[in-house]
Write a protein that binds this ligand. Structure first.
Ligand SMILES: Cc1cc2nc3c(=O)[nH]c(=O)nc-3n(C[C@H](O)[C@H](O)[C@H](O)COP(=O)(O)O)c2cc1C
Length: 329
């Protein structure tokens, strides 16, 4: 059990932040399937302080998504603090609600971010991690959390030092993706480093990386002793993974989703995204994710190609319904 702010998480099940994926639609669907907590796509602290409208759209959270933390990235303590303050105190109109925490991105490996000294580049300087976390903490009443990696590369594995710096700065929870920045998203996850972080700090630690099944989740928790787990890619096209993990934790049988359920859920997610962003934006953004619901279907590549051409909800509904009919013949 984890307590973060006013939220009590029974299983410690997180949807990890994923730029381009963990939008309101995905968070809503995953919450419905058992995710207890999710984190928004990363948001530029600088853009927040400039009042950038698109950035504010990314920061909007609806009450039906469950507990959602807002993730910010940046490298300057003062700007990070100001952004945290703006995001936690602005007026929440149009049915939007306050985030339950401010999460700081210290793991993004992408060149553009890294070369600006942001994301995983912060791991080069634990003292800066301390100052950023402290600045954010001093500027919000919400809990402050941090997500980082194992280290920059194989020769610089310093997750323990970084986690301790964040804890000293006032962080309430740490998520560790057990890969280095150089590994990006491939190669194996270092569970040992997550275990070492867990043993070195007094705040909850969430283990992250390559959890694709209920069994993976239990193995990760058992090995690391972590308080919870964050699922990223394993939930893309498969939000059912949260149900699977809960069943596994309860030693209950998990009944995998039928093909009909997969199609129904894919269309529901698409509909939610369209309601939120309109067809013109939501369809191109959602294509990859919708197609991944059908990756086990015969002819998945052909279905994906058709989805890539579609521009309206009705077309995608037809493509998925036809695929389902062919699959069940
Ligand atoms: C497409 C994509 C976008 C991501 N965007 C973010 C992000 O905005 N913030 C962040 O902290 N991590 C981000 N991540 C990293 C994930 O949160 C997670 O740490 C990583 O994918 C490993 O977990 P997984 O194996 O369960 O996917 C992203 C990962 C992917 C694949």
């Amino acid at each position: 059990m984890i307590k973060i702010g006013n939220n009590i998480l029974e299983y410690g099940l997180f949807l990890a932040p994923m730029a381009g994926f963990s939008d309101r639609a995905m968070r809503r669907v995953c919450s419905d399937m058992g995710a207890e907590y999710s984190v928004t796509e990363m948001i530029s602290a600088k853009a927040v302080t400039f009042g950038d409208k698109k950035t504010y759209t990314l920061a909007n959270i609806r009450p039906d998504e469950g507990a959602v933390a807002l993730q910010i990235f940046g490298s300057e303590p003062q700007i990070m603090g100001r952004a945290a303050n703006i995001l936690s105190t602005r007026a929440f109109g149009n049915g939007y609600v306050s985030p339950c925490a401010i999460d700081i991105n210290m793991g993004c490996p992408v060149h553009k971010i890294f070369s600006n000294g942001e994301g995983s580049a912060l791991m080069r300087d634990p003292e800066l991690i301390y100052r950023i976390t402290k600045a954010v903490k001093e500027n919000t009443d919400l809990p402050v959390t941090v997500k980082h990696r194992a280290g920059i590369d194989r020769d610089h594995i310093n997750a323990v030092e970084c986690a301790m710096a964040a804890e000293s700065g006032g962080a309430s929870l740490i998520t560790v993706h057990g890969r280095t920045r150089v590994q990006m998203y491939s190669g194996s996850v270092d569970k040992e480093i997550i275990k070492n972080v867990k043993q070195s700090v007094h705040i909850p630690v969430i283990a992250n990386g390559d959890i694709l099944s209920g069994r993976d989740a239990l193995d990760m928790l058992e090995y690391t002793g972590a308080d919870g787990i964050a699922i990223g890619r394993g939930a893309v096209g498969n939000p059912f993974i949260f149900k699977e993990i809960i069943s596994t934790m309860r030693s209950e049988a998990f009944i995998p989703p039928t093909l009909e359920e997969k199609v129904k859920t894919a269309l529901w997610q698409l509909k939610l995204a369209i309601e939120d962003k309109g067809e013109r934006v939501a369809i191109p953004e959602s294509r990859k994710q919708i197609a991944s619901y059908l990756h086990s279907f015969r002819g998945a590549a052909a279905i994906r190609a058709k989805i890539n051409q579609a521009t309206e909800y009705g077309e995608i509904e037809r493509i998925l319904t036809d695929a389902l009919n062919e699959e069940t013949i």
